[in-house]
Design a protein around this ligand. Structure first.
Ligand code: ADP
Ligand code: MG
Length: 204
């Protein structure tokens, strides 16, 4: 069985990851592929503990927070990502270890050290890194979701996160400007992954 394809959606909050991922999944299914849509933090035990931190980050140290993300990701890979890849499927994940490097890096940890902690994690075939300014993100989050910013979404923090995302240079990363219409962004995403599909063939 030919190994599947792993595509990660990354970028600061409000760039449209959760909007674009299901659109890409539907498109890929229309081409006959089997697609798994998943996200981090997961719904598992560690993921739930991470979500509890969204409202009050002071509960644990930065190191403990990083450990929760790593444990959650190990579980995610073991239970979901790796079995799907072995079954030849296309996995779309809403966030992956690049987010941990960017967010926990912005909070004060060493982003490159965080990447080194992820030697266990399969490298994505593509990272679709959606880019826009933090000001544009905040406008979207507050304008559309009608929510207050949570602790992970404060503007100065988002600036640091965006700068770290901008500094990452792995070959798998494709940057997609996100301050365009949903349809335009989706078209650019499809273009960015079309070489992968050509390599992968129509097998799954
Ligand atoms: P993320 O998952 O990256 O945080 P979302 O997909 O939740 O971002 O999008 C954040 C908000 O912006 C949502 O209210 C969504 O409907 C809106 N949105 C997403 N993409 C666009 C776009 N291209 N143009 C305008 N609004 C968008
Ligand atoms: Mg989202």
């Amino acid at each position: 069985m030919k190994r599947g394809v792993l595509i990660a959606f990354e970028g600061i909050d409000g760039t449209g990851k959760s909007t674009q991922l299901p659109l890409l999944a539907a498109y890929l299914r229309s081409l006959g592929h089997t697609v798994v849509e998943t996200r981090e933090p997961t719904e598992g035990e560690y993921g739930r503990r991470i979500r509890a931190l969204y409202t009050d980050r002071g509960q644990v140290s930065l190191e403990e927070e990083l450990e929760l993300f790593i444990q959650d990701r190990k579980e995610h890979i073991q239970n979901c990502i790796e079995p799907a890849l072995q079954a030849g499927q296309i996995v779309l994940t809403d966030r992956y270890y690049f987010s941990t490097a960017a967010y926990q890096g912005a909070a004060g940890l060493d982003a490159q050290a965080i990447f080194r902690r992820h030697a266990f994690a399969p490298e994505p075939d593509r990272v679709l890194l959606l880019t826009q300014t933090p000001a544009e993100s905040v406008q979207r989050i507050q304008g559309r979701r009608g929510e207050e910013l949570n602790d992970f979404e404060q503007l100065d923090q988002l600036e640091k996160v965006a700068n770290l995302f901008a500094s990452f240079s792995q070959d798998c990363i494709v940057r997609i400007p996100a301050a365009k219409s949903i349809e335009q962004v989706q078209m650019e995403i499809r273009e960015a992954i079309s070489p992968l599909l050509a390599e992968h063939g129509g097998a799954c």
